[in-house]
Write a protein that binds this ligand. Structure first.
Ligand code: AHG
Ligand code: MN
Ligand code: MN
Length: 323
């Protein structure tokens, strides 16, 4: 069985990047152990605060954020971090080359009901010598990512990661506290008949998205000619993981509940890292109108409509937007 460091060495990942990835993983292991303790550790429930996204912070959102932040800003190779739970980017080391953005706890509405949650991370290289507290250093499109990954805290804790050389899956061996390689060369099936979308927002979608889902619901008799199944875990990490394992399409489209927002999900903590993983596994990822990783961020907390998963199904949704 291969350990993470052996896989990174085989992929010729620079030593400094490996040290940054390791620190992300140390924090994620800590989050995994805290989640296992659950109520016993007094970590469930909400805080009295809201994050910059206008969402109530759960205790575990804050704990996970602090674990990742504290590890990373003291790493000499990290210039700075950007987090869904931080108003501003935070400076690390002036000499650091890497920028790390993360969603410390994704799917937080699942915490208190003991269902799957995850951590998502993305790593970029600083292109100039500005400090990590300047958000402009981070404003690079998703194609510039040098690594992306997530940890799914499910029945087992899994690390899914790419450094641009395919997608590997590691399982946390709790007996030794190490992630060990359990699957490599992940390929998402190109076709699917399983979609994931929050159907309760249907009346707020654009006509293109309404039409696609209407056609899915028509089944064999409809223009798409197949009977679709549906899943919605309300945790993007769990959703993307299911798609990596058996195909599918995940959508969180723009909707007019708050027309000023480009979508619910965030480009730099959710859209870009998940898009890199999905593309590295042979899938596709789009806003409906362009590839997510080609979107130029204008602010660290930018949001984006998301359509990702099995290649041919994503192409169909893009086709609806072209009509
Ligand atoms: P977060 O917990 O980081 O705010 O993200 C939750 C996201 C994503 O994981 C999930 O797909 C979606 O929000 C769920 O949204 P609904 O509440 O509309 O189901
Ligand atoms: Mn999230
Ligand atoms: Mn989150």
């Amino acid at each position: 069985m291969k350990r993470l460091d052996q896989v990174l060495a085989a992929d010729k990942v620079p030593a400094e990047l490996e040290l940054v990835i390791n620190d992300v993983i140390v924090a994620c292991k800590d989050i995994a152990y805290k989640l296992r303790q659950g109520e016993l550790a007094g970590i469930l429930g909400a805080t009295e605060d809201e994050n910059v996204q206008g969402e109530t912070q759960k205790k575990l959102d804050v704990i996970s954020n602090d674990l990742l932040k504290d590890m990373l800003v003291s790493n000499p190779f990290v210039r700075g971090i950007g987090s869904e739970e931080e108003d501003y980017t935070v400076a690390g080391s002036a000499q650091g080359k890497y920028l790390v953005t993360f969603d410390p706890l994704d799917g937080s509405s699942n915490i208190d009901v003991n269902l799957s949650v995850g951590t998502i991370f993305s790593i970029l290289e600083a292109q100039d010598d500005r400090s990590g507290d300047q958000q402009e250093v981070f404003l690079q499109n998703g194609r510039k990512q040098v690594a992306a990954g997530y940890v799914l805290y499910g029945p087992s804790a899994l690390l899914v990661m790419t450094t641009g050389n395919g997608v590997n899956i590691f399982t946390l061996d709790t007996t030794v506290g190490e992630f060990v390689l359990t699957k490599s060369g992940i390929q998402i099936p190109e076709d699917t008949a399983e979609f994931a979308i929050n159907m309760s927002n249907q009346r707020f979608w654009e006509p293109e998205m309404k039409q696609y889902i209407d056609d899915c619901l028509k089944g064999e008799e409809g223009p798409l000619g197949k009977r679709y199944n549906m899943r919605w875990v309300a945790s993007m990490v769990a959703e993307v993981h299911r798609i990596l394992m058996r195909g599918g399409i995940f959508m969180y489209p723009w909707d007019n509940r708050d027309p000023s927002k480009a979508g619910k999900l965030r480009l730099m903590y959710e859209g870009n890292p998940m898009s890199m993983i999905v593309e590295q596994a042979g899938g596709a990822s789009s806003t409906g109108r362009m590839d997510i990783m080609d979107v130029q961020p204008e602010g660290i907390h930018d949001r984006v409509p998301v359509v990702l998963g099995s290649k041919n199904e994503v192409a169909k949704v893009v086709g609806y937007h072209k009509k």
